[in-house]
Ligand binder design. Structure first.
Ligand SMILES: Cc1ncc(COP(=O)(O)O)c(C=O)c1O
Length: 470
């Protein structure tokens, strides 16, 4: 059974202990302490409750200095206004909020167009709470379409499998687990650091529902060559007759490649690509809580998975795991699309990747490090120690040192078959200026100097090394 109760990170903390409120907030007639795990018996003033929550949330640290996350941590003042104005809208209430529903559709149609759908009006799409939900929907459609093909041929629909790189994000492991599909992981190694189509024929069989190709591998930010994977599948089809579709997990790259690598062929230009997901809350530049999925053609999303909601005399298809969900993020996405347009997105993403390359260049010049990549694809790069034995400290120690200065820069082992290599990764996002980046370089240099002088902060806990999951 999975352990569902969150455990306290602080073992010295008595879980039954009440929170003592600083006397500065005490007012006559009010509680002076709150039980930690029980609903308080009485009321408190809004100011008191607010201050308590505000202060505790403050302990999370500064989201803008969190260089572990891919998820948006900055939006402009107009977006903040929309966020406050529209916080009460439930995305599922399409009858009640037809304008928000219409805006959702405009957004995914814009994405279909951006990703070169052959007939953007013939595509179908949906907003989700993030790329994980979008991945579940994409995987489900692949599974259902494979089942239909097999049933039509009178063949068994037992034992479906999905081919993935061993460096997939955990959402794909969840999909395979929750929806009972066998994951076939293609291991990455130093010769093949990403899934590139090599040796794919050893994994494909009649029960393969699809291949997942990643545009922006979570561990390093590198793109998988979707075109080469597609060509490998063409050869397999010629040899075996198995026609295997591709889902592109473009959680990050889906909003980078169209602007920064327009000639890279990875999207619906490849007929084998049937569906693509992106996180609106990553390089779609929106706050957390938004993903998108688009299918190449309506027929790629089996009809029976779609529920029809009628409003304004029409009929809107909806396909989602959740029912209620904030509508605000969809409005924010539309705001960003209107605000930036293609040129604005291009400038923002170019600036972000320039900052990432600037950081990579400076970190790469430090004698202790070797770059794993240089933010060639998305504004993400990783590095490792040049000589871990000789250095005398680890990247986990450096991570600790940087945390003391407020920066969150995770260190972690690479996935299966490369797990002997520990890397450290920086995700640069909109709002992380070159000015802030130069402060970070200064702090990295200082931390390395301290570590070299023997000022180690201690060892790594397992928790820290597992703390990377974005
Ligand atoms: C490649 C990839 N796929 C899927 C996800 C999951 O995305 P989300 O956090 O939007 O659910 C991530 C998150 O980092 C990712 O990098």
């Amino acid at each position: 059974m999975p352990h569902l109760t969150p455990r306290s990170h602080d073992t010295t903390h008595e879980t039954t202990q009440d929170i003592e409120i600083d006397p500065v907030f005490v007012r006559p007639g009010e509680s002076t302490s709150f039980p930690r795990h029980k609903l308080p018996a009485g009321e408190s003033l809004p100011e008191t409750a607010y201050q308590l929550v505000h202060d505790e949330a403050m302990l999370d640290g500064n989201a803008r200095m969190n260089l572990a996350t891919f998820v948006g941590t900055w939006m402009d003042d107009h977006a903040q206004r929309l966020l406050t104005e529209a916080a009460d809208k439930n995305m599922i209430d399409k009858d009640e909020y037809p304008a928000t529903a219409e805006i959702e559709e405009r957004c995914w149609r814009m994405l279909a167009d951006l990703w070169n759908a052959p007939h953007p009006t013939g595509s179908i799409g949906a907003s989700t709470i993030g790329s994980s939900e979008a991945a579940m929907l994409g995987g489900l459609a692949l599974k259902r379409r494979w089942q239909h093909r097999r049933q039509e041929q009178g063949l068994s629909t037992k034992n479906p499998n999905l081919i993935l790189s061993s460096a997939v994000q955990v959402c794909w492991e969840k999909f395979c687990n929750y929806f009972e599909v066998e994951p076939r992981y293609v291991p990455v190694n130093e010769g093949h650091p990403v899934l590139d189509g090599d040796d794919l024929s050893g994994y494909v069989d009649e029960n393969t529902i699809g291949v997942v190709a990643i545009m922006g591998v979570t561990y390093t930010g590198s793109y998988e060559p979707v075109e080469a994977i597609s060509e490998a599948l063409d050869r397999i089809q010629e040899a075996t007759g198995f026609d295997v579709p591709i889902h592109v997990d473009a959680a990050s790259g889906g909003m980078i490649a169209p602007f920064l690598q327009p000639d890279l062929v990875w999207d619906f230009r490849l007929p084998r690509v049937k569906s693509i997901n992106v996180s609106g809350h990553k390089y779609g530049l929106v706050y957390p809580g938004l993903g998108w999925i688009v299918w190449r053609e309506e027929e790629d999303l089996p009809e029976e998975l779609v529920f029809r909601v009628s409003y304004l005399g029409g009929s809107t298809p909806t396909f989602a795991l959740n029912f209620s969900r904030p509508g605000t993020q969809v409005l924010l996405q539309y705001y960003v699309f209107l605000r930036l347009g293609f040129d604005g997105f291009k400038r923002v993403q170019q600036n972000t990747i320039d900052v990432a390359r600037f950081l990579a260049e400076h970190i790469g010049k430090m004698p202790e490090f070797t770059l794993w990549n240089r933010a060639e694809d998305i504004p993400v790069f990783a590095w490792r120690l040049r000589d871990p034995q000789a250095t005398g400290w680890s990247l986990y120690d450096l991570s600790d040192q940087l945390r003391m200065r407020g920066w969150q820069v995770p260190a972690y082992p690479l996935p299966a078959d490369l797990e002997h290599i520990t890397v450290q990764r920086i995700v640069v996002r909109n709002g992380f200026s070159r000015d802030l980046a130069s402060f970070l370089i200064r702090d990295i240099r200082k931390a390395v100097k301290d570590l070299n002088a023997g000022l180690r902060t201690g060892h790594v806990s397992e928790e820290q090394s597992a703390g990377f999951h974005h």
